[in-house]
Write a protein that binds this ligand. Structure first.
Ligand code: SAH
Length: 369
């Protein structure tokens, strides 16, 4: 759907519940038509909480006093087997930017999962050099998630200090991932201190320009042990419903369920066939957060498969380890939630329709002239 910056901004500043219900219904209809009613389950395994970076939003940043762990090869493979038993089609390996996870080890791990399971493999390991990304792809990785976090370059520099002055930018890495044939996922946090409604509208435009296969959106959740978490504690939010567009564009973006759901809905409208999760951050913010996201355009859930002894240490934001997912019984809750809104559970890998089209084009370029 063609959505201009002004259209997007108008939706973002709308606070009228009837109008918002219309937006969510429209996105839900596009979701149903493009990717169907079956919800894709991706098993998330947080393989290491070591991190060399100093992102001001994240509880894993290098300087937090935090017990660190790195899962063993065997432990990760056991999680992959659990994902298969649970009926998931995808495993997502996520970590801090851990220099101790060397590329050869990761390639071996990816190849072993590929050889021993039918799972699609998604990586979310932060910024890695092009040759490593290429090796991961050759070893059998299918997808990569790397959020650009915000399209406001000044804000991004402030919250995500570069490791070295000449380090490749996230947009550059997203471009490499695409060239290497990965299914590419990106996204932003909603309601970062210093982020405006205009910034969020530009984020949506960027999702369209990047032609993303997957879009991850979650509310920013202040972590008290981080610089940004402390800054967020004394922030005032201003109601913006009746403001003229130009003024509303400059207002701070709130980190609420409503604003995140508006972003999910707009992401669905701008990238109709993308896989869009209803994120754990949204579920952490409100007990109905997960369902709200699924009814506003999302079609993916990422249940956490990280062994319990590590899960609480993967502390990117507070209360992340949602108890409703911790026990076997908790997973039943998730399924009940999904069924309560008339949706089903997908089987199979759940590749995005856009990557299937792109790969077919790479194979037969002359049929697509
Ligand atoms: N190291 C990897 C994985 C990070 S965790 C990377 O940087 O890509 C995945 C996502 O969690 C991040 O991209 C960020 O958008 C989100 N996140 C981190 N800290 C957060 C916080 N305090 N509140 C909400 N989301 C957060």
């Amino acid at each position: 759907m063609s959505l201009s910056f002004d259209d997007i901004l108008d939706w973002l500043r709308t606070e009228d519940p009837t109008a918002l219900d219309e937006l969510f219904a429209m996105a839900d209809e596009v979701r149903r038509r493009e990717v169907g009613d079956a919800i894709q389950l991706r098993g998330l395994v947080e393989i290491s909480n070591h991190c060399a970076r100093l992102c001001t939003y994240c509880g894993l940043r290098a300087t937090t006093r935090q017990q660190r762990y790195r899962m063993s090869f065997k432990e990760v493979l056991a999680c992959a087997q659990e994902a298969v038993r649970a009926g998931f089609g995808t495993i997502v390996l996520q970590s801090g930017e851990d220099l101790g996870l060397d590329a050869a080890y990761l390639c071996e791990l990816i190849a072993a999962i590929r050889a021993q399971t039918p799972l699609a493999i998604t990586l979310s390991l932060g910024e890695r050099p092009r040759d490593e990304l290429s090796a991961f792809r050759d070893a059998g990785a299918d997808r990569y998630l790397l959020r650009f976090e915000t399209s406001n370059a000044t804000l991004f520099e402030r919250i995500h200090p570069a490791r070295t002055p000449d380090a490749p930018s996230r947009p550059q890495i997203l471009q490499w991932l695409r060239e290497l044939g990965f299914e590419v996922g990106s996204g932003v946090m909603v309601g970062i201190p210093g982020q405006t409604l205009g910034d969020l509208a530009r984020d949506i435009v960027r999702f369209g320009e990047l032609e993303l296969d997957m879009i991850g959106l979650g509310p920013f959740l202040p972590h008290p042990g981080t610089p940004l978490g402390e800054e967020a504690a004394d922030r005032l939010l201003i109601p913006f419903g009746d403001m003229p567009r130009d003024e509303a564009a400059l207002l701070p973006a709130p980190n609420t369920v409503d604003m995140t759901c508006k972003m999910i809905a707009l992401a669905r409208l701008i990238r109709p066939s993308a896989n869009i999760p209803s994120t754990t951050a949204l579920a952490t913010l409100h007990p109905q957060g997960r369902v709200r996201g699924l009814c506003a355009g999302a079609n993916v859930v990422m249940p956490n498969l990280t062994p319990l002894k590590y899960r609480t240490l993967y502390d990117i934001y507070p209360n992340k380890s949602n108890p409703s997912e911790v026990a076997e019984e908790g997973r039943g809750d998730l399924i009940r939630q999904i069924e309560s809104i008339g949706r089903t559970l997908a089987t199979g890998r759940g590749d995005s329709p856009s990557i299937l089209r792109r790969r077919a084009m790479l194979k037969n370029p002359e049929t697509n002239q």
